[in-house]
Every structure is written in C-alpha cells, then in structure tokens.
Ligand binder design. Structure first.
Ligand code: NAD
Ligand code: GLY
Length: 376
C-alpha cells in the first residue's frame, strides 16, 4: 500500500488540496478539520453509498468532534433533476444550517454535481468538500469546481463553478464499486493520457487491466496522475475559456450518445466517453490529422479492458446520423451554431477544432453508426 499523496489545485485564494490514498474515509475527521469554518457539516450522499461507507465516514467525523447530519438521494443520474435538487435544498435548509456549515459530497459524480450545486447556491454559497467514491469522480468530477444538474433540454445545463475546499479520494472506496462503474471511470483515466500525457497512456496500455481488476497501487497511481493533470489544466483555465475544453475530449460525441440512449443504465457516462474518444480518433484519422494506426491502437486498448468502441446498434439500431448531429449541436461548446470538437494529432496531442464542416461530420457519423455502409 502506498502512503497518501497530496496535490494542490493552484487557484490563488481558492486553492485547495486533493488527498489521494488508502484509509482516508476512516481519517476524514482529522483531514477535514483544518478546512472547516465551523465544526459542523451536512453530508450529501446517495442511498447505495450511504449503506456502504457513511457509517465509517460519520464515525471519523464524530471522533474529530465534527457535528454531522446526512441527506441521502436515490442513486443514479435521475437525481440530478430540478425536483431532486429542490428537495435536497429544502432538506438541508430544514436542518437549520448556517453560512459556515460545509456541505460534504460523499459519492460518485451524481452526488458531487448535485451537492456541489446545492453548496454553490444555498445561503448564496457554502463551503464544499468532495469525498468521491467512484473512479470517475476521483479522477474527474470532484476536481475543478464544475457543478450542475440536468434540464429537459440536456445534461449539466444548469450549474455553477464552485470549487471545493478539499478533495479526499480514498482508493479503498473503489473496492465496493461494481466492475462496470470502474470501467466507466477508467475511460476518463485514459482520456488524460490521450489528450496530454503519452507516457501515462503507455503505462496504462499494459497496466490498465490490473488497475480495473483491483490493483490498489496502480489505482492510486492512476488517480494521482489524473488529478495532477486535471489540476494543472484547471489552474491554467478555470472557467474553460481555452485549454480546459480539452477535458471534454470524447464528450461532445459522448453526451449526444447518452442523450440518444436516454441517460439511463443502457449507456453509462464513462462508456459514452469511451465511444466518443474513439470517434474523435477515427474522425481525426479520416480528416488526416492523425495516422489511422493511432486510432486503431486506441481501439485495441479500450476493447482490451472491456470498454465499447463502436456506437453501431445503440438505441436499438434506430439512431441516425442526423439525429446524433442534432444532439451534438446542443453541446455547451457550440459557437455561432458550429460544433466545437476536440480532435487529436497523436496520442497525448489533442487540440480544439472548430472547422469540421457539417456535411463531413454527417458523413462520418453515418459510417460510424452503420460500419458496412459506403461513405459518400
Ligand atoms: P454515479 O454518481 O451515478 O455513481 C455510479 C453508481 O455507483 C451509483 O449507483 C452509485 O450509487 C454507485 N456508487 C458510488 N460509489 C460507490 C462505491 N464506492 N461502491 C459501490 N457503489 C458506488 O456516477 P459517476 O459515474 O460517479 O458520475 C457520473 C456523473 O458525473 C454524471 O452525472 C456526469 O455528468 C458527472 N460528471 C461531472 C463532471 C464534473 O466535472 N463536474 C465530470 C465528469 C462527470
Ligand atoms: N470534466 C470536464 C471538466 O471538468 O472540465
């Protein structure tokens, strides 16, 4: 087992630490105490995580003399709607919170985004601590301050930037995570290598399978490296006016595929990101930005660990290129009606591309959805 590691997201007065290691939930009280303005927190979690990890977390707060109450929402993306958000806010307010009370998000990305947005808005802003319990949340959603809920018009369309005061990524929490969730999180790990760190990707190629299977040392290494890369990007571009958009690699395709499949269990966010990253490499190769063998290399790795690499057959095979393209136009990065894509020149070398012509994209999507079909 490796010792806990501490990284910093450098944002001036709003800088904060990310602690990555084993046994952190059991030590949470001592780790949280220095960042709390009041020895009181409200823990927001989901019912599944509450059953698995809340008692240990609460005992550790109690041992540090931190008063705590918990509110649990149902697990799953459906909790990120307006109705659950309203109920959560009312439940937290009913506890008689004060401005110095902190919100702790104990759970995956759903809890992090929902509790984070509640923290951003309750009493015009409460401190937030993220205690991510999924791989996806540990490597991505708990870091960087994006919080949001979903609208009937799309995912994550109502939210705020609200940085946490601390992130505690306890690798041990991943031991209870179902394999499919681990794999979904692993897609976001691969993302960092693909956009920015070829060496990391080349470490993942042989070691990724062990990480997914349960190797705690590999998991800690992957979470630490992913968080370091994200911290660097967020520190340089907190509000996504430039390079932070690279973190959306695979997401414009991915969000559209998630929307097309109903944001349900049929296609998890991380699975959609894996498909989206493969589509981004395939399109990059088709447009001559990268070699076809690079796209094939990515496909081999994603498939080897068990992630999907082709959208063909999704939504019962009814999905059309036109429908997918229409969904992609709802992306937050659309500017003057034009879709912004993150493409790649090579592994570790992603770039922002605003000039893929809509007909070329339509043709590419049609071929991806129906691999046997001849392109125009
Ligand atoms: P999730 O929060 O729904 O968690 C997945 C499932 O795992 C849930 O059923 C949950 O109850 C369960 N779970 C959580 N921790 C567990 C544990 N330790 N053991 C067993 N079960 C556990 O999903 P997710 O994949 O963590 O997050 C997806 C969400 O994150 C999406 O809503 C996405 O939009 C959001 N997201 C946000 C950002 C951001 O920057 N804010 C980045 C990426 C994704
Ligand atoms: N997950 C994308 C971002 O945080 O910017």
């Amino acid at each position: 087992m490796s010792a806990a590691e501490r990284l910093t997201v450098a944002l001036g007065r709003r800088s904060y630490d990310i602690v990555v290691g084993s046994g952190l939930i059991a030590e949470a009280g001592a780790l949280l105490a220095p960042v709390l303005r009041q020895k009181r927190v409200v823990i927001v979690t989901d019912e599944t995580v509450a059953g698995l990890h809340l008692a240990r977390f609460a005992a550790s707060l109690a041992a540090a003399g931190i008063r705590h109450q918990a509110v649990a929402v149902p697990p799953g993306e459906a909790s990120k709607d307006f109705a659950h958000f309203a109920r959560l806010c009312e439940d937290v307010l009913a506890l008689g919170i004060e401005r110095a009370t902190a919100i702790v998000a104990l759970g995956g990305g759903v809890v992090g985004d929902l509790a984070g947005f509640a923290a951003a808005t309750l009493l015009r802003g409460l401190d937030l601590v993220q205690v991510p319990t999924t791989l996806l949340a540990q490597v991505d959603s708990s870091v960087g301050g994006k919080t949001a809920i979903d609208s009937i018009h799309g995912k994550n369309l109502v939210g705020a930037f609200h940085q946490p005061a601390l992130v505690l990524a306890d690798i041990d929490a991943l031991a209870t995570l179902p394999r499919r969730e681990l794999l979904a999180g692993y897609a976001e790990v691969v993302k960092y290598g693909l956009i920015r760190d070829r060496g990391f990707y080349e470490w993942l190629e042989p070691d990724g399978a062990a990480l997914v299977a349960g190797d705690a040392v590999a998991r800690q290494q992957a979470v630490r490296r992913s968080c370091a890369l994200k911290a660097e990007i967020v520190a340089a571009d907190e509000r996504e006016t430039g390079e932070r958009a690279l973190l959306n690699f695979g997401h414009t395709f991915g969000h559209a595929l998630e929307a097309a499949t109903g944001f349900g269990d049929g296609l998890k966010h991380g699975e959609a990101v894996a498909l989206g990253m493969q589509l981004a490499f395939d399109l990059s190769a088709r447009l001559g930005f990268c070699k076809a063998e690079v796209a094939e290399r990515v496909r081999r790795h994603l498939a080897a660990v068990g992630l999907p690499t082709s959208p063909a057959g999704l939504a019962g095979g009814t999905l059309t290129a036109a429908a997918l393209q229409a969904l992609m136009r709802k992306d937050k990065k659309v500017s003057d009606g034009r879709v912004t894509l993150i493409l790649a020149r090579d592994i570790g070398d992603a770039f922002i591309c605003r000039d893929v012509a809509p007909p070329a994209l339509a043709d590419f999507l049609a071929a991806a959805l129906e691999p046997g079909r001849n392109s125009r």
